[in-house]
Design a protein around this ligand. Structure first.
Ligand SMILES: [Zn+2]
Length: 49
């Protein structure tokens, strides 16, 4: 168990976010594991400029 994998504001775990695809609140985006995934998502969707 790692507290960095649970949102300190709403208590949603990273696993729950990944399973449902929804974050509990804006603070969830600040979780390191969530940011990693978001970075990958954006990297794959980034449009060429
Ligand atoms: Zn949250």
């Amino acid at each position: 168990m790692n507290n960095t994998n649970i949102c300190p504001k709403c208590g949603t775990s990273v696993n729950e976010i990944f399973e449902t695809g929804f974050v509990g609140c804006q603070e969830c985006y600040n979780l390191p594991e969530v940011q990693k995934v978001i970075d990958k998502m954006y990297a794959g969707k980034t449009h060429k400029e």
